[in-house]
Design a binder for this molecule. Sequence first.
Ligand code: FUC
Length: 788
Amino acid sequence: MELHELFYTKPPSKMKLKKPYYMGFKNIWEQTALPLGNGSLGLTVIGEVKNDRLVLNHKTLWAGGPSPKRPDYCGGNINKPDKFGKMPYDYYAEIREEFQKGNDKKASDLCEKLVGISDGYGTYLCWGELNFVNNDIKKYKNYTRTLDMSTGVCSVSYDAKLKSGEWVKDTREYFVSHPDKCAVIRFAREGATLDYTLSLSTEHGGNLIYTDDGAIIHYGSLADNNMNFCMSAKVLTNGEIIAATDSLHIKNATEFTIVLSADTDYLDNYPDYRTGETAEELLNRVKANTELTSQKSFDEIQKAHTDDFTALYARVSIDLDGNAVNSADKLLYKYNKLAPRSAEQLLYQYGRYMAISSSREDDMLPSNLQGIWNCCNDPKWSSDFHTNVNLQMNYWPIYNGNLAECAKPLIRYIKAMVVPGRLTAEYYTNVKSGEGEQNGFLFHTQCTPFGWTCPGWEFNWGWSPAAVSWILHNVYEYYEYTLDTEILEKDIYPMLKETAEYFAKLLVEHNDRLVTVPCFSPENGPRTMGNTYEQALIWQLYDNTIKSAKALNVDSELCEKWSDIQSKLKPYEIGADGQIKEWYHENHLGEIGERHHRHMSHLLGLYPCNAMNWYDNPDLIKASIVSMNDRTDKSTGWSMGQKINSWARALDGDRVLSIIGTLFKNGIYPNFWDLHPPFQIDGNFGFTSGVNEMLMQSHCGFIHLLPALPTAWEKGKITGLIARGNFTVDIEWKRGRLTVARITSNMGGKCKLYYANSEFTVDGICESENHFAEFDTIKGETYCLNIK
Ligand code: FUC
């Protein structure tokens, strides 16, 4: 059956948790918090009975960036000559020269100059916590805490014995509405009245006001960068509200509802990154939203929210024959014994659920390393946008998981990086704007909302120009899945073209191929002239750019030039052990770099790109398998996600399921968040994407049905997946064999299907030959496949 609920029968303080990574609240939060969000505004529900803490986030609340304190802020770039009168691009030229002369050591040492500065990097912040202190409960029983992923509503209920001796039933509901742009929290009691003290705790100062009419207003500006922020909450109740200077006391009420709006004056606009609103204007805007929503009934707000949420969530349903009705922590701890299929179904939908909750079509920023959920002001890696795998992985399950509009914030963000990124291209590679053309833009491993485009402050993790090509692959896929030529023309193609032209200027000849210099395979190995990671991503960039130009029927001469460059990149080589080489001077496995490194940067052509595939070049798949075996099946959070997707592309479902088993054993917290550690959301998204790839693939120009079905997934059903070319795919299988496949054509065009285990017919339209069938489709029509 389909499963949509993560539920718990104990409050977090009574749950058995994994060995703490951090102690205290941060640990409890990481392992138990249940996330809610409307893309920008986030809540995490802990759900304690007596002293509860609800964590509040807003995606744009960031320290760092431009500030009166940092008048010279320039995205971390070194933009002035150093004491030797040299700019980073002078060193870049020297490095290239030294490498070309064969002075690898000197060139490699000089790479230390290709760094940025750290001042102004900043961090994603936690807004604060709403504290709910109960004043009348003595004990409780029948506790449940549930996240209903299908509606985006979290609820808590229990029977409580009051100090007065009577038993009552308490229920709470929490959700964050996208249509009404606010969080809504309702506490209700049957049998007596409620007694709560409510307050906000925050480390950001500002003004915090509680009023007798039930308002909590928090506004001010961040000390680091003067970003204005404002939260306006309104408590609506049938009881009494008494305001103190530091709290609201709610009593003699059988229910109260809090409507909460929050925002900042962040705008994704270089160079100020602010809306220009005064603090008062922001306050009025946020308050007006709370007032407007407060006039609606709870049921009305909730209905608008669930209609909006469900419209996205319900597009895909999955049933792996999971049927256990168990609490989520039990499903996790007894994964093998109890009901592995149930846990897998839930984790799958959780990825989609969190994508909808952390990345909505009108957001300015994409989801970060923790989506939008963060309980502290010093999250690991600043909870930033990491582009040497993490931000990409956040968007892996979006398109085939039928959530294309959730990728719009990513496209918008990358577009906003173009203008500051051109400065980095200029300061570091000396590629200046020519007449009527743009010079190309660069950003590297870590990015922030404030046009942080420099390399990091250490070369070994910081330098990664190919990160641009990689994230542009996610951006390009929006077109591949939707066939939306308007966005392709307006947003996607200009970025691809500029980058293709930029790399055309950077590439140099080395041996018999074109390479970028210097190169570094994410966080592993030496600095070199070219490596598989960079060559493969640049190859993919040209592939995507040429396909886009052809779809738009433009730039045919450039396409010829780009094809020529592409053919000289030659990304993949097979080494002496039959592996895909990560570095071109690698002979045997393990002789260079860290052998079991979590990054598998040389295998991106297998997944998420498409250059290595079983259809066109099975020898490269065999070599990828050698490399993957060498990396082993164990790693941390997101790396497990990469393994799942990559093994699915290698068409080995049983191996994928065994990796999933290891993931459940070591890599998932009781709240089903994926742990790196700490909690990092990319691993969750990687898992969901991996399941999509196990059940349907479309990267080779056809729809491959059940490409990597594990033997243990004997029976199941998935509906609503999207294949490239914009086809909706529904599939069912029994005893490991396809029984039903329905393909709905959303844009018309040719459809090519492949099913390895049997020949088939398509609705009397055509018969498969060698397991392939190709036919013309009409937009809006559904085609059924019959197995012979
Ligand atoms: C990459 C990884 C790290 C971590 C960081 C956020 O650099 O190598 O493991 O996930 O991103």
